[in-house]
Ligand binder design. Sequence first.
Ligand code: UD1
Ligand code: CA
Length: 465
Amino acid sequence: MTAKYAVILAAGQGTRMKSKLYKVLHRICGKTMVEHVLTQVEKSKMDEIVTVVGHGAQKVEETLGARTEYALQKEQLGTGHAVLQTEKLLGGKKGITLIACGDTPLFTTQTFNELFEYHQQKGAVATVLTATAENPFGYGRIVRNDLGIVEKIVEQKDATKEEAAIKEINTGVYCFDNEALFDALHKINNDNVQGEYYLTDVMEIFKKQHEIVAAYKMKDFSESMGVNDRVALAAATKLMRQRINEKHMRAGVTLIDPETTYIDADVKIGVDTIVEPGVILRGKTIIGDDCVIGAHSDICDSVVHDRVSITSSTLEDAEMQDESNIGPYSHLRPAAKIGKKVHIGNFVEVKRAEIGEETKVGHLTYVGDATLGKDINVGCGCVFVNYDGKNKHHTVVGDHSFIGSASNMIAPLNIADHAYIAAGSTITNDVSAHDMAIARGRQVNKKGYYDRYPCAETAQKGKKN
Ligand code: UD1
Ligand code: CA
């Protein structure tokens, strides 16, 4: 078996992005561009992957971790110079080297594999992956001779008028015979408009050495889109989103309006789940089977089990068990764990709290730092008062208890099973099983007060009307 190596070029600053963030760390559907490239390269089963880092090297290495080796390019002297920095790791090894750029996030494993195959079939020393671009501006152009054989690659800035008119572009992906590649890299110079060492110049060197240089033209230009500015970032994001949405629909998920459904690359969704318009599913979110994710819900890094219904709500780092439901307009914050068949209604916020099976928290309530048992009814407008200005405290409520509306549970607090909290209570002491706690001022009715002071005048007006 021929050994396979890959080099990912990711050392550039990305001046045209006009950003504090290094170019390859800009995100597309929740994932940095360079991670998209690495993920597809990995699936191509490489013996070794080396990423060339420079600008933001530390950040890029933190992002990719141990999935790849690294070569540092201290000064960005061009793509040829960048590849040369991997010589210590790859030089002298027998095999084929795939080169891809960290700013072309849409390439797929399938295309890489096709390129490998073509390269081997042709017995070439170098094969460039090309595409036809409607608007080739900014890309290197593929110059072929009268027989259609690749002669060289010319950069936009170095192109003559005739060359600039060529629509076949260099996608920035190549396969090389590894040993020949490093030999040729030592022979390139920076004698061009940009004063850079162009990787693309190795093609001419191979031609002079009478070696076979091939070009594999892909059908779909869109896959090769290079992201150099924010306009291209948005265009690439749109294409990636379409690809992700189609994958889910083909796997049995209904998207009512894919155009307005935003699903990050690593999100998983079960069959027969329906996703309504305007939904955003982010990060590592996992959604089960037969769920309904209602319009404008925003779910990040959360786990939603089966047959769950979410209506216009926000979930962050939360979990919802089977057949639970939430919304509209509720918010699950980190470490909210919603049990089976739980009902969370509207305008409810839950943070670092567990809510047991079949419990209902219907309206306008805050549950923070609490453990609620099974089959509890929490009335409207309750507050689990968890913060004393300095520390957070915990409240426990036992199974089958009843929390009357407009109650405050001041933590730390233990309310046992089968306990009853009278509406409007501010509870500061523990409550035992089967007891009722009532903690509010007694009502006093003042006879005839309305007709005296201070609302007498208004009252008279009211009578006239
Ligand atoms: C490059 C190609 C061009 C091709 C296009 C495809 C060259 C000379 N040109 O142009 O033919 O059509 O990609 O998208 O190769 N990088 C480094 N170190 C450097 C310079 C660049 O690591 O010194 C990295 C960048 O981070 C980037 C990639 O190489 O990920 C491509 O560099 P970029 O400057 O974007 O090249 P293009 O002008 O797009
Ligand atoms: Ca580029």
